[in-house]
Design a protein around this ligand. Structure first.
Ligand code: UDP
Length: 247
């Protein structure tokens, strides 16, 4: 979010965005559950130009041992961008951004998993961004919660999110890469859909309180639609297993 002056016109005279979307239109989203054989649970999401895999392992023994918690499981999410996921090669390994995103994603997921049912164990969640096009923290978190459910880990609900932001003084839903780079603000939000509790809220750029309220409303409405896609992905996976069993 540079807010940089640019000649690039992000919204045209007909109110269309650079990729042809209207203000409150999502990019196309596809979610698939159970895509990895060796993980306990997994999911793949395509969200606009983002391609992200989430893999869940556990509950399992904790290494290093001193990280054990005798009262509950520790949920550790690791967000990672592949070197080839962005235009300029991303230096491999954790950086400040990915450490921060891993932490906020871990916190969000911990709010729905019944961690106290698995004391002294670890639940590891790996989020691998294969192709990035803005909105990866939310897309990764959305896939990760499907992967946790696919692993059969008891949860209150899924977690789902969306971002909204400000581009050319207009509040728009689900910013793409150009809008994220050259727009004025980006506000990723994630919720527990059943209660609408907000479990991730961040803001990059400047918005007034009124603009924030509008962006939040837009993002939460869209998140509820993405929740349906998450549930469909899980149903498809389990329906196909039942069909296999019946053969
Ligand atoms: N990005 C990049 N290189 C980086 C980090 C990010 O090219 O090292 C791009 C990538 O497309 C990412 C976007 O910038 O999706 C926006 O990044 P941000 O930190 O806002 O997180 P995100 O929107 O992906 O959650």
């Amino acid at each position: 979010m540079s807010g940089m002056k640019t000649d690039l016109k992000l919204i045209d005279e007909n109110g269309k965005r650079i990729d042809g979307r209207g203000f409150d239109e999502l990019r196309p989203i596809k979610i698939e559950a159970g895509v990895l054989e060796r993980a306990d649970g997994s999911a793949y999401i395509e969200w606009g130009g983002n391609k992200i895999i989430a893999a869940v392992y556990g509950p399992r023994e904790v290494y290093p041992k001193h990280m054990q918690d005798p009262s509950k499981a520790v949920l550790r999410a690791r967000y990672n961008m592949a070197a080839f996921s962005v235009d300029e090669r991303k230096k491999p390994g954790p950086d400040r951004r990915s450490i921060e995103l891993s932490m906020v994603i871990s916190n969000a997921l911990s709010s729905v998993v019944f961690l106290e049912q698995f004391p002294r164990t670890a639940i590891d969640v790996f989020i691998e961004v294969l192709q990035a096009d803005a909105g990866t923290r939310i897309a990764g978190l959305t896939a990760a919660s499907v992967a946790l459910a696919d692993a059969g880990i008891p949860m209150k609900d899924l977690i789902v999110g969306c971002a909204a932001g400000k581009v050319e003084n207009t509040i728009v839903l689900d910013l793409n890469k150009e809008e994220d780079n050259f727009g004025q603000a980006d506000l990723p939000v994630a919720i527990i859909p059943r209660t609408k509790d907000v479990v991730l809220f961040q803001m990059d750029g400047d918005m007034t309180q009124e603009e924030i309220d509008k962006a939040m409303d837009m993002a939460i409405n869209a998140a509820m639609k993405i929740y349906d896609l998450q549930k469909d992905a899980l149903k498809r996976k389990y329906f196909s297993i039942v069909q296999e069993d019946e053969q």
